[in-house]
Design a protein around this ligand. Structure first.
Ligand code: SF4
Length: 499
């Protein structure tokens, strides 16, 4: 990103003028894009892919409340087939990502997305990114409230809104009605967790979470807000960040640095006095996530008596052909809905009891098994295959390691999370996994730094960074040794963070 991005954003307001530029650039090709404006395409979901000179692009598409219908999933598959070299990634922000696009392809892709109500606007850039919402919203009997409508409301207000096109840095929001199971708020700039206080349903609000080279877990604002206040409070907090966030140094511009500097209490005061003109109600903490790092993989009964089936992908990669078949399964046995999860997995809800066996069988044939094995709890970022910032290869290496490890640890009685990234930016959050691997370069070799026993669950902590590093080609062997030691010495049902 250009050093004068703050000026660029003001000279070329990304949501107002950059889309128009892109349509012009599509006519002349990649060489016609002014070098200093290339990175403004981020605001419309697009990054140059590595190596940048080749002129290929990747595009991230936001999935509102993490749910699509079969027709939409087929549209996504069609784009990947026609323009993305038959390649599709599910990201850890419940989005889809295409690769190998050219700027000439972009107008048609946007038209196709638009036709099914999807957008790439705001998927990247210094704005409000895709809102993470619980993948089991409206399904799980344990939830305090169905957050689907609220997630929609937040998405509609912020997505592509010019008022937020020039935030100091990227800004991530999450909402869940099931805080006992989900801890993702800890690593979002703004997180809403539903809970009940004296029988009343409301939200605990967390701010300033974010990983990157310096991991900060979010802090509580100490409030309890009603569901009808969620959007108003989200707007106030986001405006406060927009106006008070640091802008001098992009490495210190996330909300987490403002919270670190002035504290959550002072930030709350700013939000209340300058943006809400009223005090928020004090409130206790919502119950902490017990599992947090574990995905919703497997067959689970819904509150309406139907079932959802969560299936594991391998590092988020699926072929468009599989996506089409998944759409068929959701239509045949469910209610024409497929959800994405923040762990690069997929979920088919509303399966009628009489169709469970057929649905599972067809999913297995797609290699999308509903089992909570290592595959389900392992995520990997884009890495050197496409990412310009990467220092190591990630997806293929992690997939190979999982193929090696999974059959060896089928008998583990607790889930293990493995998060791997290709650099310190932590897109797939290496600091909050049982085993976190951060890609680096050491004496010209690809290596991984190791962070052990981080957790978004009960422990709510970042992992301990070990001295030394693992050569990339030894990743699977190192992991096998750690897990063997754990398996041999742990108590029954003892988790990695408890060990
Ligand atoms: Fe790229 Fe680094 Fe993010 Fe991985 S963590 S996608 S290598 S920037």
């Amino acid at each position: 990103m250009s050093a004068n991005i703050e000026e660029l954003k003001k000279q070329h307001p990304p949501f107002e003028v950059v889309l128009g530029y892109m349509h012009e650039w599509a006519k002349v090709g990649y060489e016609g894009i002014p070098a200093d404006l290339v990175d403004l395409m981020k605001w419309h979901g697009i990054y140059p892919q590595r190596p940048q000179e080749d002129g290929f692009l990747m595009m991230r598409v936001k999935i509102q409340k993490g749910a699509v219908n079969g027709n939409t999933l087929r549209t996504i598959a069609g784009i990947a087939e026609d323009y993305g070299r038959d390649f599709l990634d599910v990201t850890d922000r419940q989005a889809f990502q295409f690769h190998w696009l050219t700027i000439q392809d972009v107008p048609d892709i946007y038209n196709r997305l638009d036709a099914v109500g999807l957008t790439a606007k705001g998927a990247c850039g210094d704005t409000v990114r895709a809102v993470i919402s619980s993948p089991v919203a409206g399904l799980d009997a344990r939830e305090v409230i169905d957050v689907n409508d609220l997630a929609n409301e937040i998405h509609h207000h912020f997505s592509g809104n010019v008022e937020y096109q020039d935030l100091p840095r990227k800004y991530k929001v999450s909402i869940t009605g099931l805080p006992e199971q989900e801890g993702i708020h800890l690593i979002n700039d703004l997180g809403f967790l539903a809970h009940k206080v004296n029988g009343e349903v409301g939200f605990d609000v967390w701010v300033g979470g974010g990983l990157g080279a310096q991991a900060h877990l979010a802090k509580r604002l100490g409030v309890f807000i009603k569901p009808e206040e969620v959007l108003e409070v989200a707007v106030a907090i986001t405006r406060a960040y927009r106006d008070h966030g640091f802008r001098q140094n992009r490495k210190k511009s996330r909300l987490k640095y403002l919270i670190q500097d002035i504290g959550a209490e002072r930030f709350r005061e700013i939000v209340e006095t300058e943006y809400l003109n009223r005090k928020l109600t004090d409130g206790p903490a919502a119950p902490v996530a017990r599992f947090g790092g574990v995905d919703f993989v497997g067959v689970q009964k819904q509150k309406d008596g139907n079932y959802y089936i969560g299936v594991a992908t391998t590092v988020g990669r699926i072929t468009p052909a599989k996506a089409r078949l998944l759409a068929d399964i959701a239509e045949k046995y469910g209610a024409d809905e497929i959800r994405t999860t923040p762990y690069q997995n997929l979920l088919v809800p509303h399966i009628k009891p009489e169709f469970i066996d057929q649905a599972i069988e067809e999913l297995r044939q797609l290699d999308l098994a509903p089992n909570l094995t290592l595959r389900a709890t392992t995520i990997a970022c884009t890495g050197t295959q496409f990412c310009r910032l990467a220092l190591t290869e990630t997806k293929a290496r992690t997939a190979a390691a999982i193929d090696y490890l999974e059959p060896r640890f089928l008998d583990l009685d607790v889930p293990i999370t493995i998060n791997l990234t290709g650099c310190s930016n932590a897109c797939t959050r290496y600091q909050v996994a049982d085993l976190g691997f951060m890609g680096a370069n050491f004496s010209g070799q690809e290596v991984y730094n190791v962070h052990l026993a981080g957790s978004l669950g009960e422990a709510q902590r970042t992992g301990a960074k070990l001295k030394g590093r693992v050569p990339a080609e030894q990743l699977h062997i190192y992991t096998e040794r750690v897990l063997n030691f754990f398996k041999k010495n742990k108590a029954p049902n003892e988790s990695f963070v408890q060990f």
